[in-house]
Design a protein around this ligand. Structure first.
Ligand code: SAH
Length: 241
């Protein structure tokens, strides 16, 4: 279903995702309507598929961005703090900012930190976001910041986060990311299953990557759930320059 959602305009793409019930929440729909994918995926912006953005990275497919927002939505309120790890093109960072930044004059501004380990992609995300007036304002006000660093360590400086999104497949559920969650808070992370790359996975048993949703409850207890199978580029060491 999700792969049939492509459109010829941004609005058509988002409406198709909504009709297919990939996007269910009106706030997610509004936030995605507010960001033109053409600023982030210039070659085929309204196709519901991942697109290369250089440096071995891809902008994820619109249906994956939708799923990420849907799973995190209860923790994306005006004033929330969010960490977007593997921010790549900057598209999802912008959508997340639309969800958490309060209206002008509010006492709780909300903030999204986008982190990527490839400096050229951090620069790309900044310039992509500068293509729109609201994107420029979000960066000028400090409500969106793009940082170069190893996302496997999170970003302690602005922790704790109400929501953490990881846009590349991790080898484990990095405990430091759970530490940096607020209580309550939620982590959305693709993780390589233990059997990936083994003979078991080649036989179709238990291999591949799965999205995990990790909740830190208000009392500090942690609940982990494996929700669906995916295919992301890996979360790796930075390439040597
Ligand atoms: N959410 C992004 C996904 C980009 S692809 C988008 O839709 O545009 C995954 C990104 O993870 C790449 O940009 C890659 O550079 C980044 N990445 C991989 N390993 C990383 C690490 N250890 N720390 C930070 N970023 C990493």
């Amino acid at each position: 279903m999700a792969w049939r959602c492509s459109g010829s305009t941004n609005t058509e793409l988002i409406e198709n995702l909504f009709k297919a019930e990939v996007i269910k929440n009106e706030r997610v729909k509004e936030a995605m309507l507010g960001v033109d994918r053409a600023h982030y995926a210039p070659s085929r912006p309204y196709s519901d598929s991942p697109q290369p953005i250089g440096h071995g990275a891809t902008i994820s497919a619109p249906h994956m961005h939708s799923h990420a927002c849907e799973y995190l939505i209860d923790h994306l309120q005006p004033g929330s703090r969010v960490l977007d790890i593997g921010s790549g093109s900057g598209y999802l960072t912008h959508v997340l900012a639309n969800l958490v930044t309060a209206r002008p004059g509010s006492a709780t501004p909300g903030q999204v930190i986008g982190i990527d380990h490839i400096p050229e992609l951090v620069e790309l995300a900044r310039s992509n976001m500068n293509k729109s007036e609201d994107g420029r304002q979000l960066q000028d006000s400090g409500q969106v910041k793009f940082i170069t660093g190893d996302g496997r360590l999170g970003w302690k400086e602005n922790a704790p986060y109400d929501a953490i999104h990881v846009g590349a497949a991790a080898e484990e559920l990095h405990p430091v990311l759970i530490e940096q969650l607020r209580a309550p808070g939620r982590l959305f992370i693709p993780v390589e299953s233990e059997n990936s790359g083994t003979s078991l996975s080649s036989l179709g048993f238990g291999g591949g990557q799965y999205i995990w949703v990790v909740d830190k409850k208000a009392d500090g207890s942690v609940h982990k759930e494996k929700v669906f199978q995916v295919s992301y580029v890996p979360l790796t060491d930075a390439p040597r320059s």
